[in-house]
Each structure stands twice: as structure tokens, then as C-alpha cells.
Design a protein. Sequence first.
Length: 389
Amino acid sequence: MNLLMVIPALDAGGAEWAFVRMANALSASHVVTAYVPYACDSRPALLRAFVSKVRVVSLPLPHACFHRLLYKLTLLFPRWALEQRLHRAVLGLLHRLKGFQIVNSHLHSGTRLVCDAFADDAVKIVETDHGDYALLKKEDPSLQRHQDAFVRLDAVVCPAQANLNFIRHMPWRRGCRMTVIPYPSPGEQIYSPSCLTDSGCFTFGLVSRGIAEKGWAEALAAFREVQKCTSRCVRLVFVGDGPEINRLRKELKNSDSSVVFAGHQADTSAWISEFDVGLLPSYFTAESLPNVVIECQAQGKPVIGTAVGGIPEMLEHEGHPCGVLVPLNQSTGRADVDALAAAMKGLMDDAATYQQMSACAFTAYTRYSPERCCAAYTALFEEVLAGSP
């Protein structure tokens, strides 16, 4: 099958890593072209992560400033629609040369791009949602600005059942298929030495984007509560970069060695290997199937997370818990710090429960095998092409 996969750029995030891993998995049995127009805005590590079978096509922009200039010109002269015209031309040429059977768009910005480019073409379009519709609904309750997707898409893939439940009742055209296919795992991981010392410390870790909604402040506050009620050596590791992490780093001023700021890491596996427990006290509106949970489960690390997006589905497997869910505080809408601290101390002190959850995490990880995800996507693509219900 000849596939075109589209995402505007590859910044460091769960959706972007899922895109790369899915393209790699699909390339084992299909011809895959990845259109990443703004590669100049992308993280080099993500671009390097593509396997050789995936052909990556981007716009010939030598620097991100050219992308910003193109965007500003499009805003200043909307009638010219420079950006849209450029994408239409490039995608049209690619389609004429390659004859794509399926176009798979990622992120809603990618979907709008392909819906515009192939508005008058019969090629089948399948969107992979990454929780974007929750944000779109929050910003525009009527969803009027997004009708192009509702009337054009042939199928939508959600990474978690929670995402599918949210979008199911939106105004999709008749016949649009919807299904749940999780993100593929990173596959084999090779660990390199981390910078941590004091291996006897019980270590909690949070890996994510550095935005407040991922619960960084709540994780730190809960960690402080745990420190007050234990004599054990405990440590908190923050892996990521962004405004909220920078704020917390300045607040602490490197005065506390029990809190480690690892910064952005292209490969987080070595740091996760040092964790005893992963944390994700997220209250992010567009939460879907966080890659960090998959990466923790790959190493048998229980995760403490909030009941947001697909996290509850991930922390349970065949009726057994792979981690602990904590509630959101009703007054703040953020993770309940007391409940988070209690869950952290509980896993630290209860070795039997910890071992059971660790074993469950290893088993749950099989849900995300690239081969299984690839087979599910292939089956969906075939259904879309056949027109079967």
C-alpha cells in the first residue's frame, strides 16, 4: 500500500514521537512517504529517528525564520493564501508522482492542511487524533471553523477510548469510520549511563513537556510532603524543558540536591531506568495516550497519574492495576497533592504492591507493540479503501 503521512513539524512531544514510530512500523510492509513541511522547526533527534525506508519530504526552508515569514505573509495577504497554495502544489505533485492510496494526517493542523490540499481529490484521508478535538471544542464550542475535517475525513483513529468517547458525537459525515489504535512503543531500548548518583534513593520521575498542565508543581509539592514523613533517601527527577520547568528551577536555585532537573533529553530511556515510580499528575485538556506511560511500562515502572484522557486505561490491564490513579482537586482542577503524596508514599512503603504493579506494567506494555499497531492500521486502511462498514 502506498501511504502519505503528514504532520507539519516534529517538535518534541508525544504526538510527534507517535508519528515517527508509526511511520517506521508501517514502512515494514508499506511504501511510506512522510510530509514534514517545516522540518526547519523540528527536533533533529526526531528527524534522525526515521528508518531509511521512510521517505521524508519537507519544504526547502533553510531556517525557521522563513516559516515564520511565510506565516506572517499569509496573515497579511489572506487573499493570496501563500501557505495553502504552497502545500497544495507540493502535495499535488507528490500525489501525481506516487499515486497515494491513503493519506494519514496527524495533529489537527496536519488534517486541515491535507483537507485543503485534497479538497477536490478522491484520495482517502484518515486522521490520527492526538486529543486535539478537546482543545478545539474548548476554543470554539460550535466547531464551525473545522467543518472541512468533518465533511472530508474517511476515518479517525484515536489512541485511547476516552478520546473516541469525546469525539463520537461530533458532526462527522455519514460513513466516517472511528476506531481506537494505541501508539506504538519505541521498540528495543538501549540504555546509556545517566547522571544520577546515590542509587539507594527511592526515585520518583516525571517526563513530559515543560508546561504547567502536566502537573510539575503538584509533583514537587507532593514530593515535599513525602520527604516530611519518611526517613528514607528519596529523590525527584524532572526530565523535560519548558516554561514551567524553568520557573521551578529558578525557584529552587539548585539549592536542593534531592530534586534533579535533567533538561530536555532526546532519549529518555536511560533516565526512566533510574526511576522507581513514574509520575504524571496531568490536568492537560488534550491528554490522550501519554508516551511516557508506555516508556515507563516498557521498564516495569508503575506510574501514578490522574484520571485524564487515556491514563486510566493505561494504568489497568486485564483487571489488574499497573499504577495508581489520583483525583483532580474539585476546586483547582489540578491533581490533588495530598492524594498524590499518599500514593507516592504507599508505593514506596508497600513492596508487595509495588512488585505486583511492576509485573502488570511489563505485561501491559505488549499492547503497544509496533507490529500489533501496524496490523490494526493496515486493517483500517483496507476497510476504508474497500468501503466496507
